[in-house]
Ligand binder design. Structure first.
Ligand SMILES: [Zn+2]
Length: 166
């Protein structure tokens, strides 16, 4: 049986990568930028994870799909890049199984629409769960239990980010 190819987005890094496995790991430079300086060892990343860039063609496909699903506003450049690299790998590595490891709702949504396999058990099982913090990009207030979708203080739409583990 062939090794699985895992494509990792930033939520996968925050959750902790199962480096003990024999699988192959891929990510993009944009994702690396997001996780850098968040307590994730750069050496570890470079020794086990292949960093790559998506083709323009796949980026276009992802953008079209996210427009259709209404997820385009929720997708960061890094999100788009990781979806596009998944498409590239599916095309170029036909004999291997490619799974995208992500805990981001918009990324999962678009992945399903364009036919990218998602690794669910990885996050729920071997991977540490992510704790999300809801916060306001406008004034910085953090919410443990947000009642609405906008900030009570300044009215900005609330965002969420993974809680740092240390
Ligand atoms: Zn606010």
């Amino acid at each position: 049986m062939n090794e699985k190819i895992h494509v990792l987005d930033s939520t996968a890094f925050f959750a902790g990568i199962p480096f003990q496995g024999e699988g192959k790991y891929y990510t993009t430079y944009q994702v690396l930028d997001e996780v850098r300086g968040r307590g994730i060892g750069a050496q570890l990343i470079h020794s086990r994870v292949q960093v790559t860039e998506p083709s323009k063609e796949s980026v276009m496909k992802v953008k079209e799909a996210s427009n259709r699903t209404g997820d385009q506003k929720s997708l960061s450049e890094a999100d788009t890049s990781i979806l596009a690299v998944s498409l590239d790998l599916i095309k170029s590595r036909l004999d291997e199984e490619v799974v995208l490891v992500t805990d981001d709702f918009a990324v999962r949504n678009v992945a399903e629409v364009i036919g990218i396999n998602l690794s669910e058990t990885a996050i729920r099982g071997n991977w540490k769960r992510i704790t999300w913090v809801t916060y306001c990009k406008g004034c910085g207030k953090e919410y443990l239990d947000a009642k609405g979708s906008v900030c009570e203080v300044c009215g900005t739409k609330l965002s969420r980010k993974p809680k740092p583990t240390n």
